[in-house]
Ligand binder design. Sequence first.
Ligand code: IPM
Ligand code: MG
Length: 377
Amino acid sequence: MPKLRHRMSKQTYKIAALAGDGIGPEVMREALKVLRAAEGKFGFQLEVTEAAVGWAGIDAAGKALPDETLALCRESDSILFGSVGLPDRDPTIPKEERPERAALLALRKEFGLFANLRPVRLPAELAHACPLKVERQGDGIDMLVVRELTGGMYFGQPKTTETLEDGQQRAIDTMVYTTNEIERIARVAFQSAQLRRQHVTSIDKANVLENGVLWREVVTKVAADFPDITVEHMFVDNAAMQFLLRPTQFDVVLCENMFGDILSDEAAALAGSLGMLPSASLGATSGERTFGFYEPAGGTAPDIAGQDLANPIAQILSAAMMLRHSFNETEAAAAIDTAVATAITAGHRTGDIFSPEDPNAKKATTTQMGDAIAAAI
Ligand code: IPM
Ligand code: MG
């Protein structure tokens, strides 16, 4: 997806920064700090506008995705997103108006963000934070989950709950995929594998689901265009098991929406903490531009919100993915990745990745972690 661009003058990038709820604002603050450090060093210009989303949007403007926020997104080059959703807030609000659907899923659909990239890496220093025995970690876990994001059961129609004649209720979600939807996400997976270890594991449930049979057929066809890539098909239940038994066999993992949601959380646990997992959600490239939506995978973590305890790394790495995938600022993106590694090597640890047995580890607040990473740019 990244493309080359000829530079004449200093590039300006318009970013909509939507921090959202829970730990969103504090991790966003650190990501913006790191982006500013990269801006100074790499000579591009960032035009960052912050706007309300999620419960913050409901509080400010009466809905999870206020019109003003949507308008800002439409005129921006990319969206840097925090997280939305507070399970304990107002259970009476209709499910369609809750932030997860009304903001997050709505933005995915609105901008056609069909390709969700979730890189999962366990740094050697954090081996202790991985729930697997060290023997199973091999030379390190390093995979990329490529999740289809605008199809399948999340969006398929009918999607409803109806009351039957006998008074029971019946809930219906529909899993639906077209050839084109499968083909375009498969291409993203194969192209991603070309930049990695040339291996794609395609996940399906072809032994039971019609969707699985079509998925496997289309992926096999797309694979013919990528003779340099090895493709393997795996049932989703087996994949869930293989993640735990031999996670090092995976390079690129290609999944439909729902399976990708589940497997990417499992993969995140392997990487030590959800607080380490960034993501990019990309739409089609049009001309020079790949519009993207960048968010940490970890959620709002309301239990630690506002206490300067959250790990800002997922948000910071999401900002690096934005520089790479939307702006083709590969050097700046790599500098952020390296700065994160440097901070970890130096022993900075938020609570989620802290281990008292690690002699090198120093407890860090959200702010201290952000400072250490910005300083290492
Ligand atoms: C994710 C999240 C979302 C999803 C929720 C918050 C709607 O779990 O991005 O993985 O299910 O896609
Ligand atoms: Mg999820």
